[in-house]
Design a protein around this ligand. Structure first.
Ligand code: ZN
Ligand code: ZN
Length: 399
């Protein structure tokens, strides 16, 4: 997967307050060599380059992201993938899971091929490394497509997804639980080693229970494009039914994610999600689209010719008269909002943006925390949690 960098023999010492998963260590040194984390010391070893920062944090891991800097992964070119990955690296993301949306089988195939090419040939200037693809659209429920084109949605068919799963590139797989063929898709994705997730769905508790038995363990962007007691009442009347929300809160194994950009969810909902699921089951995701780091204006979500239109005001994406259309900010902003708006400690906030997503998708042996032996994906953060420098694999990224 290209995690180890060759020819990087220089020893580096990152000095500052180290943010570990369960505590911070002030005035400490993180030692890296050959692209890996060597040790944590209280003194700098001789003959090492010392890099100073207020905070030293692990690189962020983003499980749900559509693009940035004008590019959407569904553009389907290696250039677009690199543009988006570089943009997110500037916001602290070092492991990224490019995310599909609704589109044709051919459009999805082009997106996967472009990501495979960039993953296989990664070098430092490419920014964030691809940990795998999040196969997210097209298996959305018709009444929960959100800002995505309803023409691009469909039910899962093995004739479409089997070849995609066989690439080995897909590590996260989404499907609405109530669709025909959802359980077979979940079982195939789980067998392929994916984190299996339910999203853009109006499913009931009993549909979620069947999905859980088939391997589903995660729900995309909590409270966004998902069922609620009220939405199910509109579908089934009374007695009112439990929804995705209750299922996630009632099952300790279930994880979920929040778009903590300050626009999608209020502070009390972010606090509630954190208190209910805890830092080991709640992930921060950007869900960022191509308008990240771009001027306010009108953009297409997904494919440049068939994707649906939305607007960005520079703070969030939205469809006028309808609702929000995902975020336009990076993971560093999600971290700052979570630290500001909730009672989560700084190690917990950073964990939700790094180790927890890495654990959920099965890459935490390599990335997600500042632990000896892991890839030296290191962030230099200022006192306001602003990203001062990014070191994917221990080498400084120029931007
Ligand atoms: Zn979505
Ligand atoms: Zn999304």
């Amino acid at each position: 997967m290209g995690w180890t960098s060759k020819g990087m023999k220089m020893k580096r010492s990152f000095h500052g307050e180290l943010i570990l998963p369960d505590r911070t260590v002030p005035d400490a040194y993180l030692i890296t060599e050959g692209g890996r984390i060597l040790s944590i010391e209280m003194e700098a070893p001789a003959e090492s380059e010392v890099i100073e920062g207020t905070y030293i944090a692990p690189g962020f891991v983003d499980l749900h992201v559509h693009g940035g800097a004008g590019a959407d992964y569904m553009d389907g070119t290696a250039d677009a993938v690199r543009v988006a990955n570089r943009a997110h690296a500037r916001h602290g993301t070092t492991t990224i899971f490019p995310t599909t949306t609704t589109g044709s089988t051919e459009e999805l195939a082009a997106m996967l091929a472009a990501c495979l090419e960039v993953q296989a040939s990664w070098s430092l200037r490419d920014g964030a490394r691809i940990g795998g693809v999040h196969y997210y659209g097209p298996y959305f429920a018709e009444d929960k497509v959100g800002c995505h084109s309803v023409e691009g949605r469909r039910d899962p068919k093995p004739s479409e997804y089997e070849a995609f799963l066989a690439t080995g590139l897909i590590r996260i797989a989404t499907c609405a639980a109530e669709l025909d063929g959802a359980e077979a898709f979940y079982r195939a994705a789980a067998a392929a080693g994916c984190l299996v997730t339910c999203g853009h769905s109006n499913s009931t508790w009993s549909e979620m229970a069947r999905a859980y038995a088939a391997g589903m363990r995660h729900v995309d962007h909590f409270w966004c494009a998902m069922s609620s007691v009220a939405s199910l009442r509109a579908r089934y009347g009374t007695p009112m039914q439990a929804s995705m929300e209750q299922f996630v809160l009632a099952h300790g194994e279930m994880s979920t994610e929040v778009i903590a950009d300050g626009c999608h969810l209020s502070p009390e909902l972010l606090e509630f999600a954190y208190r209910m699921k805890g830092a080991t089951r709640l992930c921060l995701v950007t869900d960022a689209n191509r308008a990240l780091d771009m001027p306010a204006g009108r953009y297409r979500f997904g494919h440049p010719e068939t994707g649906s239109w939305f607007e960005s005001d520079g703070k969030v994406g939205f469809v006028p008269g309808q609702g929000l259309a995902s975020s336009v900010v990076g993971m560093d902003e999600m971290v700052r909002v979570m630290a500001r708006d909730t009672t989560a400690s700084l190690p917990e906030v950073i964990r939700m943006a790094s180790l927890t997503p890495a654990e959920r998708v099965g890459v935490s042996d390599l990335v997600g925390s500042l632990e000896p032996g892991k890839v030296a994906d290191v962030l230099i953060l200022g006192s306001n949690l602003d990203v001062r420098a990014v070191y994917p694999g221990g080498e400084r990224l120029d931007w």
